[in-house]
Design a protein around this ligand. Structure first.
Ligand code: NIG
Ligand code: FE
Length: 419
């Protein structure tokens, strides 16, 4: 039987090359006007093309008339920290009235506040809090998520967070990948001396990462390589160990300065380098040569009142660009990737077409999932957004408006909390 999404004004197929796209390829959305998408019973895409050419055998499917609307791949969010305990709304108010994010962190708040709140919750409590967030994010159009740990900073809590990620996949039915970010901050108990600091990194390398891999709980490893967090040498130790353990690498890099993270990500062949507010031509060239995806997080720039990463320079210099929410309890708790897409245009200076590629195909490619999601091609998962407009640029022009008519994951329409 299957499902036929029929006669959409436009289908943004993103049907270009495999792997991260760069330069002009980022704005080539491969649009089919007056198009249809046929979906199999298994939830994969059977056929996509002009509405008048739908093969006879597929016309028997149950038909949804999409005239006047646009179909596009569902969003892929390649950088989130969405499993955390409690909140930091007090810090939000402090920052709005002038307090600085890095100072709050150095004084034992920030990430360390979320560590305390996350350690205090049971796995079930943590699961329920994360479930509420990820369900909202999916209703807002995102069906694939990268989720990091990093609010445990000890073996037990890092494992607890990553088990929650696994449950979001197995019990919740969400499409997720997991990243171990045990090197997110030096925990309170290791801040007394240099020896304690080194002992913490030893624990990450010798105990936490191997245990995470033994339980099959992570696909990737990340490190916060920046001022106030981990030095390039410390980050290298963690990332090299992760490579030995067959994990992919992602790096929080160059958020607060030219702190070595981007060059390290390039040297070690990371899948993604993220933030990149401070980035020069040499660092961009290193990312390009190494094929690292630059993942931009403009929501974090907005929330922290920081400058925006120079997305135009990245695209002009041939670096593939992805965008993500960074959804986390402190620096950016925005959940709506469509809003972040607008910020990527107004802040990072991406064009609307480039931002769509960055939030779909390129995001999927940075997670090694572009053979499954991020484009509308036969054989891919039918993860599709129906936009209530014939012009996708409305996502930017009217950013934040309720333009998302419906969201499908594997061909099944996602229902709201009460429908
Ligand atoms: O990507 N920069 C480091 N980590 C997160 C912030 C985490 C937090 O504030 O809790 C980020 O912005
Ligand atoms: Fe982050």
């Amino acid at each position: 039987m299957g499902l036929l999404l029929h006669r959409a004004s436009a289908v943004l197929t993103l049907a270009g090359d495999f792997g991260p796209r760069r330069g002009a390829a980022m704005s080539d959305l491969r649009i089919i006007e007056n198009g249809s998408v046929a979906i199999t019973d298994e939830g994969t895409i059977a056929w996509v093309g002009p509405a008048d050419d739908v093969p006879g055998s597929l016309r028997r499917s149950s038909v949804v008339d999409c005239s006047g609307d646009t179909l596009m791949p569902a969003f892929v969010d390649p950088h989130t920290h969405l499993v955390w305990g409690g909140d930091r709304k007090d810090e939000m108010e402090q920052r709005i009235s002038g307090a600085d994010y890095e100072e709050i962190f150095a004084a034992g708040g920030g990430i360390l506040s979320s560590v305390r709140q996350t350690r205090a919750l049971s796995e079930d409590e943590l699961y329920l809090q994360a479930l509420a967030r990820i369900a909202r994010m999916r209703r807002a159009g995102t069906t694939t998520f990268e989720i990091k740990s990093g609010y445990g900073l000890d073996l037990e809590t890092e494992l607890k967070q990553l088990r929650v990620v696994r449950r979001l996949r197995d019990e919740g039915g969400f499409r997720v990948t997991a990243t171990c970010l045990a090197a997110h901050a030096i925990p309170e108990e290791a801040r007394g001396s240099d020896a304690d600091r080194k002992a913490f990194i030893d624990r990450v390398v010798e105990e936490i990462l191997p245990a995470v891999v033994r339980e099959g709980l992570a696909d990737s490893c990340d490190v916060f390589c920046d001022r106030g967090a981990f030095t390039p040498d410390e980050s290298r130790r963690v990332l090299e160990r992760a490579l030995e353990l067959d994990l992919e690498l992602r790096v929080h890099a160059n958020e607060f300065g030219h702190t070595g993270g981007a060059l390290l990500a390039a040297e070690l062949g990371a899948a993604s380098a993220d933030h990149l507010l401070a980035l020069n031509g040499e660092e961009r060239a290193a990312l390009r040569e190494a094929g690292v995806v630059a993942t931009l997080l403009p929501g974090t720039s907005l929330v922290l009142g920081k400058p925006y990463a120079d997305g135009r320079a990245l695209i002009e210099d041939g670096v593939p660009v992805a965008i993500a929410t960074d959804c986390n309890p402190g620096s950016c708790a925005l959940e709506n990737l469509a809003v972040v897409l607008g910020l990527a245009c107004y802040g990072n200076r991406l064009s609307p077409a480039e931002a769509i590629c960055a939030a779909t195909h390129n995001a999927a490619a940075s997670m090694g999932l572009d053979d499954q999601v991020g484009s509308i091609k036969p054989g891919r998962q039918a993860d599709i957004i129906r936009l209530a407009t014939s012009d996708y640029r409305d996502l930017v022009y009217h950013a934040g408006s309720p333009l998302i008519h419906s969201v499908y994951q594997a061909g099944t329409r996602i229902r709201g909390a009460h429908s």
